[in-house]
Design a protein around this ligand. Sequence first.
Ligand code: ASP
Length: 316
Amino acid sequence: MQVSGQKIVVLGTGGTIAGTSATAGDNIGYIAAQVGVEQLLGAVPGFQAFVHGTLVTEQVAQIDSKDMDVDVWRALALRCIHHLADPEVRGLVITHGTDTLEETAWFLQQVVDTCKPVVLTCAMRPATALAPDGPQNLLDALAVAQMPGATGVLVVAAGEIHDALHVQKVHPYRVQAFSSGDAGPVGWVEEGQVRLVQNWPTALAQKALNAIENIAKAPNWPLVEIVMSHAGASGTLVDALVREGVRGIVVACTGNGTIHQVLEAALLRAQAAGVRVVRSTRCPEGQVIPKPGDQLPDARGLSPVKARISLVLDLL
Ligand code: ASP
């Protein structure tokens, strides 16, 4: 689609960026998702001058992203698709909590087919902090959403631009909480200017179209759980999940996709019973490198949480 317009749509979903604490300057004892998206923009000094067209806001949800669920994802995906279909819209910005940001980014990357940018942003400090990081992140996200040629689902935080595939929250407290590991960021935002060092990510079109139709229709998504392999692991969880009717299991494996022998036996039983089992690694960097004779398929470079989303969408 030709992008003719200059409209930017900012969708609010909550998170620390919209969080407030009773004591000014409290960075951890706050309540997430308190401030509306319109008010968040109002707290960015001079943002109007910065936006080269119209700006529209919409509150899609107001949650702590640790509680992200299927209903919010479905609503968010449908609102994204609705706005992106408008030729007047240049791009989207989504305000979101940091906890599951990478999961929402990966989910949207798979279900939203667009040549326009969808930019998620967040904050590690609540709106009431002495030095909130939300306003600058929001401004940086707007800069990316307006950038000619920008495309794909992106995460902008602490001056860095990450793609949905590689980005991960790697720190529970510091402001620079995200990393793309070995891949590195796609680029940076510096004083409103985007400095790119990699190509913009591309949409996963065909998959997206099927997925979104099924997502919109399916009242319940298939049960897919993550189990971790570790010293002393047992098969108890896996056996219980199979009894519960689990459709898929992602294993956060040790190292290069290795699994404790007792857990592995349970997983092989589950696979034989028809459960889709996928191996990812619990290592924060790198990915499982498959080898001939592997009995359980690997996650093709996805982290456990992203492999879970892909498996859910596959099963849908
Ligand atoms: N728990 C918050 C959330 O994910 C954390 C944050 O936004 O930094 O919504």
